[in-house]
Design a protein around this ligand. Structure first.
Ligand code: 6GU
Length: 243
């Protein structure tokens, strides 16, 4: 997978070029480049923003540098065109399912907005050339898209073939089955008066699987009732504690 990130704070994305990518790069599954949006400005002040039409607070990112950046990174007629991902609080919620969709792409371009956002025409024009996905991490507002790119790239990269040492951890993890995962324990068996649940040390794999399923259901019911309500009827079995 090839990933280009455009930002006015490229240093913000340094972690992408370190640990995460380090391993994925070594295995050859990921290639990342971070670009400074101001590369595509032409005035002496390297201006990227201006006041909003219609009035209101803050500044809006001007379309011209973004247009040139996307022309350079996603040339018209590129086959296949990359997917443009725009982190924004007005985007669709980022989910594990979306991480899987992005992990299936061969090329991604991230456009990091700052201030009050990017002139809408940039996205409307880009959409005539390539798929555009606006994504939000949740119901709160960040300064800009950079940290969201780190989050999204971490979720996506670990799904790429050959990145995770143990592929089984993908099948077992929280959100894989629409439930939160059960608690986990390791040695020692007793620590500061807290014991590892006896059942996990019993060696009875049937009872352990049943216990983990019940713990996952109880945890999900307590913390994420919305997830439990969204489970398809067939996903709960007769022995499930929370039914
Ligand atoms: Cl993806 N970007 C910004 N700027 N704020 C956010 C967000 C994204 N997700 C939640 N808040």
């Amino acid at each position: 997978m090839r990933v280009d990130v455009v930002s006015i704070f490229p240093e913000y994305l340094a972690p992408l070029e370190l640990s995460l990518i380090g391993r994925a790069r070594a295995t050859g599954v990921l290639d990342v480049a971070v670009h400074d949006l101001r590369t595509w400005t032409h005035d002496v002040h390297r201006t990227v923003d201006d006041t909003p039409y219609g009035g209101g607070p803050g500044m809006v990112m001007r379309p011209e540098p973004w247009g040139e950046a996307l022309d350079a990174l996603a040339p018209p007629g590129a086959e296949p065109p990359p997917r443009l991902v725009v982190p924004t609080p007005v985007g669709a919620p980022f989910t594990q399912a979306m991480a899987h969709e992005l992990a299936a792409e061969s090329r991604l371009v991230f456009a990091c907005g700052r201030y009050e956002g990017i002139d809408q025409r940039v996205l409307d024009h880009a959409a005539t050339r390539m798929p555009v996905t606006e994504v939000s991490l949740g119901d709160y507002v960040l300064f800009g898209g950079e940290v969201a790119v780190l989050v999204i790239m971490e979720a996506v990269t670990r799904l790429l073939p050959g990145v995770l040492g143990n592929v089984d951890s993908l099948a077992e993890e929280s959100h894989a089955h629409g439930l939160l995962e059960a608690p986990v324990y390791t040695k020692p068996p007793s620590w500061r008066g807290h014991e590892v649940p006896e059942i996990l040390r019993s060696g009875d794999h049937g009872r352990i699987a049943r216990w983990r399923r019940d713990q996952a259901l109880l945890r999900t019911a307590a913390r994420r009732p919305d997830m439990l309500a969204a489970l398809a009827p067939g996903e709960l079995d007769k022995k499930d504690v929370a039914t």
